[in-house]
Every structure is written in structure tokens, then in C-alpha cells.
Design a protein around this ligand. Structure first.
Ligand code: FUL
Length: 732
């Protein structure tokens, strides 16, 4: 391995666990009344209500905002009902504003209401600054904070146009209320502590009625979402029932979830397997209320993104590498550049045979060593005598590149060119600038005389210490072959880092940009891996290795560890001295294709019915991952980066391979997933993995199940799963 290649490997390895690039921002608290709150008794922190904004990561904001009122019986403010709630809202693309409102013993009604109303107005007045839509400002509260939120929703006022203070010019009406185990009434079912702190031990009837918010609901009350538990001993769920009844009577849209189990004060309930579903239900409802953008639209692409030529290359999955040249005749791996061209005489060279072996095995490209390190050119280059033209083959009139290009075209294969920068024959190699000219001249011949070239492969071996004009080479390739990928010592395709054909378990196509390869790119680039390996021990054909063609098991293992790990497999099949691919190699490739086809022809998940914990509306439902259509995908709402898909196979079926594919045109997203089957009372994982990308294949001992679940536990953004498949490999 060369310095250059090792540099690329180091680069690749530097890529540690990938973290979300976008982070939410917490700003400093905003003082609601800079000149002092109405009725303030002093200037202590307890006398100064504030609002702390938490803004969603840039690029994810939906324009929705929610003011968060922690609970605490109007005598305290519970931390776990503040910041974590704002962070959850941020994960939905919604801005959260945590309110510190005034409480007992110093403050009673109307101070909390004044603070809540002022909070809604402040967000509305400064909406542009915080990226919020002025008509998408909700209020959310827990327990006594729920009372306050419901008070804000039933005691709002329009702004006064003449007010000097711009905040007072806008309305204090929240656009929705989210009430979590709320206190609602000041009558029998009330929470005594909250009532006492808010309106004192002996309020008059008018005050009781005024602060019993179920009695204040009108048609103009904003839509509400309520959560309560039957078990709540502190605030009986009658509170929610009374409010729901009033909303119903007034014709106000509402949604109410009553859970049986759960003690008062559970907050986000993240540790509770049942109650932790409330934020999801609430997230769905927020979408209904227009707080979460357009439900029907596709997810925003998550950069960096592949170019169309990178997508086409990735889809092709298997490329054939052909190492052929003077080494084939000298029985060497690295020639010295002094070989006699007269040694090159393949008596039966037939590139059509190569193409037909490639076709049959399912390769989509043939990449030929037009020039290896020895400098011997397989085409009659005008810039050297060290080539086929000084060989006896076809009387010096042969051109292997042309024959391969023609065979590719006829067979519908793409052509790739390996051109070794290191040239041990060429005299000008000693002078960098001179050699650059020579190399560009040869590149020009290859890229302008043989039709379309889909990949240019620059190996780094032997080039230690040599300075090349890489930007000049890249510019020339882009000019002559705009759709060609530049691989290895190039910006489009990354060497996987070994010559075993094995990618990493965690293989990101999203990579840190390298200034040399990706000038101008900021941060990360799309730089997918290619796994090169030879079907024999050597890259070139050696008679002594005829019995060492890799076994079917070895090749299958390579297939699963390259194509099945978000990479492309570049498998070398070296033509022999006669100029043909040996029958042993061809037979092995046919066997490989037969097993791959037998495994993947049948997909037990295809067209089966499925449900999903979350999806982005009908156009992106779970069925889109099972419809066999490469253009459609299952996707989750903005902010939902963990979700599961449950598949009903209709009958118990036996499988030992799972296949997951992401819609990579929208970026690579999945960071952690599991495939699970039922296990008595729960689910057990048969596969646990990290990245997916273009395709993730996992093998496991045969399981028989009727239901299967794909759980994505972590992703860089909303999911975009274009396919989930289950297969039975005849050779596990
Ligand atoms: C290496 C070269 O030195 C080998 O000969 C072969 O071409 C392989 C694909 O890359 O670096």
C-alpha cells in the first residue's frame, strides 16, 4: 500500500462515529417586561418573569412555536417539565419557549396569567427574529402549568393597536393548547394546593367561576390536546373530562388520551414503555394543527448528497476488474518497465468472451488496466513505443482498449480505465512537470477515442514522493468525460482501505471532505467506498494459481461484506496468457451469480402488509418499502428519527437474510437498526446493525416467523427506507 493510499485510508478511518451536525440552540432568557412586570413586588429573580427560547437546528424549523409552562402547584416550577420539553419540541422542528412565571407565596392571580399572556405576545411580536409563524404559537403546560395554559387559552385578549410597546400590540391568544395532567377546575375536583396558591383559601364565587376554565370555554377557545391518567391521585382526571366536555359543547377541536397507569408528574415519561407514547401522539396532533409543515411532502434532502453518476455507479453494485498486460506474460505482479514488448502475444484474445463472462455473472462495468506500473500500454499510444504496437500481437496493429470498449458497448457494459500514474518505463517520469504532460496526453487519448468511459481508476502504488498535477488531471477528465467517476486517488469513489473486498460494518458514504480531493467543499462530502479484490491470489494471471480461484463461500462472503455493506464490489478476474478468462474463474462466477439470484429472486416481504410507528402520510407509508419500486420509500415526519415498521407475512416463513435499502438520493441517514421477530411475549433481535446506505445485507441462522419488525433506533434525519426485504439463502 502506498503513502497516498494509506493517507486515504487514514482519512477514512478518521471518520469516527458520525454525529448530528445540526444542534438546537438555547438562547439566554428574555425578560418579559424589561421595565418591571405589572404588580411586581421587587426586583428579585422571583419578581422577574422570563422566557427561555430553544430554537430547532437550522434547516429543520417548521415555523411552529410552543410556550412551555412547567407545573409545581403555583408554588414551584418543575425543571423536568421545562427544558426537556423544549428539546423534544426542537426535535420536531418546533421552537420551544420555557416560561418562568410568577408564583406563590409572592404572587397569585392574575400574575401567572399576565406572564403567560405576555409570553405568547412576546413570541408573536418577535416571530420573525426567531423564525416562527405568528399564527402557529401554542402553549403547553403540566399540572398547575396546565391550568395556566388553559387559562391563557380561555382568557386571552386581542392586542391594542395604539400600544407603545410592540409586544402589547399583538394578540395573546395561543393557537393551540397542550394540557398534560392539567388542573382545570377550582371546584370539587381541583388540586387544593394549586387553588390555594392561585386564588387563596376563601375566593368568592366569581373568582372560582373565573378560574374554573371549563366554564370559560367558547367557540373561540383554541384547539386542545389533553393527556391524563386514571391513576393520577394529585389531580383527578375529572379535570380533563370537564374541559373536554366543555370543548365538545363549544365545538372546539380537541384530542384526549386517557392512560390507565401512571402517577402524577411523569413529564415526558421517557422511561415508561407505555406513557412515553404520549409525545408521539402529541406530535401527530401538532401536525394536524399545522405546526409541523406539510405532512404530504417528501423529507428534505440531507446533505451531503450523491451526484447522479455516483448513484448510477452504486446501483450497479458489481464491477469486473481486468488486470492484463505484460505481467501476464512474465508471470509477475509488478513489472519493471524493461520488459520486451515482444513477449506480449495473446494468441486467442477475445474481449467478447470477457464481456460475456461479466454479463453472465452480473457485472455492470469492465475496468481494464490500460497501463500498469510497468508502463506497457494496451493501446497504441502515440506517446510511447512501449505498447501493443511494438508487440507481435496482430502484427503490432492490435488495440486491447478498443476491443474491450467495443465488447462493452455490444454487451451493454460500462467501460472503466485503470491508468497507473506510477510509470517505471517512461523516462520523463523523473521530471514531474514533464511527466504531467505525458500523462495528460495519454489520458486524452484514452478519454477521447474509445467512447464513453464511466470510471477512471488511479492507483497510488509506487507514487511515494512524486508530485502529480492532480487538479489538472481531474479537470481534464471532467472536460473529456463529464460522467466519468474518478476513483481511489480521486474525489468521487473512495478505496475501502484493504484488498480483501471487505467494507466496514459501519460504512458511511458521508465522509469528511479532504481539501486536496474536494477543494471548496465544506465539512462533509459524499464519498462512497469501493472494495477491490482478486478472484485469485494475484492481480495478474499466473498459471501456478490456477487451482487457487477463490471458493464460492469466499466469494459469497465478499459479496455480503461489500455490496451488503453499502459498497461497490470491484472483483478482479485476470485474463490468462491466451487472452481469455479461464474456465475455472468463469465457472466460479456463474456459481456465485446462481446463489445470489436464488437468494434474492424471492422476497418474502414483497407486497406484504405492514404498519409503522410513524410515517409521513400515505405517500410515504410503510408499504412503500415493500412495493419493489425503487422510486418510493417509507418516510417519517420531520423530527422523527427513530421508528419501526412491523410486517405481517401472513404465514410463518423461514428466512436467513435481511435486506435494507435507503433512498440515498436524499442522503444517508440510518445510524442504528435492528431486525426483530416475536419471542413469546416480546421481540428478539436477529440482527443489530449501524449504517445502511445503498444496501445493507445481514445473514443469520434460519428463523421462522410470521411477524417481523424493522426498528430504526437512530438516524441523522427523518427516515427514507426504500426497501426492506427478507430472503432465504440456499447457503447460509
Ligand atoms: C495496487 C497495485 O499495485 C496492484 O498491482 C493492483 O493494480 C491493485 C489493484 O492496486 O496498488
Amino acid at each position: 500500500m502506498t503513502n497516498l493510499r494509506s493517507l486515504l485510508v487514514t482519512l477514512a478511518l478518521c471518520l469516527v462515529a458520525f454525529c448530528r451536525e445540526a444542534v438546537a440552540a438555547e438562547l439566554s432568557p428574555v425578560v418579559l417586561w424589561p421595565d418591571g412586570a405589572p404588580g411586581a413586588l421587587g426586583k428579585e429573580p422571583a419578581d422577574v418573569p422570563t422566557l427561555t427560547p430553544y430554537l430547532p437546528p437550522p434547516g429543520t424549523a417548521t415555523g411552529g412555536a410552543v410556550v412551555v409552562c412547567p407545573g409545581g402547584g403555583y408554588g414551584a416550577l418543575a425543571d423536568h417539565e421545562g427544558r426537556p420539553v423544549a428539546e423534544w419540541l426542537n426535535s420536531l422542528g418546533i421552537a420551544g419557549f420555557v416560561l418562568k412565571y410568577r408564583i406563590a407565596p409572592r404572587y397569585h392571580h392574575p400574575a401567572p396569567l399576565q406572564d403567560a399572556a405576555r409570553a405568547v405576545r412576546t413570541v408573536r411580536a418577535r416571530a420573525a427574529e426567531w423564525g416562527v409563524k405568528p399564527d402557529r404559537i401554542g402553549i403547553l403546560g403540566f399540572s398547575a402549568g396546565g391550568h395556566l395554559a388553559s387559562t391563557a387559552g380561555t382568557h386571552f385578549a386581542a392586542g391594542s393597536a395604539e400600544a407603545q410597546d410592540p409586544v402589547e400590540r399583538v394578540s395573546s391568544r395561543p393557537d393551540c393548547m397542550i394540557l398534560v395532567y392539567p388542573v382545570i377546575t377550582m371546584r370539587a375536583a381541583t388540586h387544593a394546593g394549586s387553588r390555594n396558591n392561585l386564588i387563596g383559601p376563601n375566593p368568592d364565587e366569581a373568582m372560582v367561576a373565573l378560574m374554573s376554565n371549563e366554564e370559560q370555554v367558547t367557540r373561540d377557545t383554541p384547539p386542545a390536546f389533553l393527556i391524563h391518567t386514571v391513576e393520577d391521585k394529585a389531580v383527578p382526571y375529572e379535570n380533563s373530562l370537564l374541559f373536554v366536555a366543555a370543548l365538545r359543547k363549544a365545538g372546539v377541536p380537541h384530542e384526549f388520551h386517557l392512560y390507565e397507569k401512571g402517577q402524577h408528574g411523569f413529564g415526558m415519561a421517557s422511561g415508561d414503555p407505555v406513557l412515553s407514547s404520549w409525545p408521539k401522539r402529541c406530535a401527530d396532533w401538532l401536525r394536524l394543527r399545522g405546526f409541523r409543515g406539510d405532512a404530504a411532502g417528501p423529507p428534505a434532502p440531507l446533505p451531503p448528497l450523491p451526484t447522479p453518476r455516483q448513484i448510477a455507479w452504486q446501483e450497479s453494485e458489481m464491477l469486473m476488474f481486468l488486470h492484463f498486460g505484460i505481467n501476464t506474460f512474465t508471470d509477475r505482479e509488478w513489472g519493471e518497465g524493461t520488459e520486451d514488448p515482444r513477449l506480449f502475444q495473446p494468441e486467442a484474445l477475445d474481449a467478447r468472451q470477457w464481456a460475456s463472462v461479466a454479463k453472465e455473472a452480473g457485472f455492470k462495468y469492465m475496468i481494464l488496466t490500460a497501463k500498469h506500473h510497468d508502463g506497457f500500454c494496451l493501446w497504441p499510444s502515440r506517446y510511447t513505443e512501449h505498447s501493443v504496437k511494438t508487440s507481435p500481437w496482430k502484427g503490432g496493429n492490435g488495440d486491447v482498449v478498443r476491443e474491450v470498449a467495443t465488447a462493452c458497448r455490444e454487451a451493454g457494459l460500462k467501460l472503466g480505465i485503470y491508468l497507473s500514474p506510477w510509470d517505471r518505463h517512461e523516462k520523463s517520469y523523473a521530471d514531474s512537470a514533464k511527466y504531467d504532460e505525458h500523462f495528460k496526453a495519454q489520458l486524452t487519448e484514452l478519454l477521447s477515442s474509445y467512447g464513453e468511459v464511466a470510471e477512471v481508476w488511479f492507483d497510488g502504488a509506487g507514487s511515494e514522493g512524486h508530485v502529480y498535477d492532480w487538479p489538472g488531471y481531474y479537470g481534464l477528465i471532467r472536460k473529456l468525460q463529464k460522467d466519468a467517476l474518478i476513483a481511489i486517488c480521486g474525489p468521487d469513489v473512495r478505496w475501502v482501505g484493504n484488498e480483501d473486498g471487505v467494507a466496514r460494518e459501519t460504512e458511511w458514504s458521508v465522509q469528511p471532505a479532504s481539501p486536496a480531493l474536494h477543494p471548496g467543499a465544506r465539512d462533509k462530502v459524499w464519498y462512497p467506498a469501493e472494495c477491490d479484490v482478486s478472484i485469485r491470489p494475484g492481480w495478474f494471471w499466473h498459471q501456478a494459481q490456477d487451482a487457487q480461484v477463490k471458493s464460492l463461500e469466499q466469494l459469497l462472503d465478499i459479496y455480503y461484506k461489500s455490496v451488503g455493506r453499502n459498497s461497490v464490489l470491484l472483483l478482479n478476474v485476470p485474463p490468462n496468457r491466451r487472452g481469455l478468462i479461464s474456465e475455472a474463474d468463469a465457472r466460479r462466477l456463474r456459481e456465485l451469480r446462481a446463489v445470489i439470484d436464488a437468494t434474492f429472486r424471492l422476497d418474502f416481504a414483497l407486497g406484504k402488509s405492514a404498519t409503522a410507528s410513524d410515517s409521513r402520510g400515505a405517500a410515504f407509508g410503510p408499504g412503500k418499502a415493500l412495493d419493489g419500486d425503487k422510486e418510493t420509500y417509507w418516510s417519517t415526519p420531520d423530527g422523527t428519527t427513530a421508528a419501526s415498521l412491523e410486517l405481517d407475512l401472513g404465514e410463518p416463513l423461514t428466512f436467513n437474510v435481511s435486506r435494507i435499502e435507503e433512498a440515498i438520493s436524499l442522503g444517508q441517514r440510518v445510524e442504528e437498526y435492528r431486525v426483530e421477530v416475536p419471542d413469546g411475549n416480546g421481540w428478539k433481535a436477529v440482527v443489530k446493525g449501524t449504517t445502511v446506505g445503498h444496501k445493507k445485507l445481514d445473514r443469520f441462522p434460519e428463523v421462522t416467523a410470521e411477524k417481523v419488525r424493522l426498528v430504526v433506533a437512530k438516524a441523522r434525519g427523518p427516515l427514507a427506507i426504500r426497501s426492506f426485504g427478507l430472503h432465504l439463502s440456499p447457503r447460509s
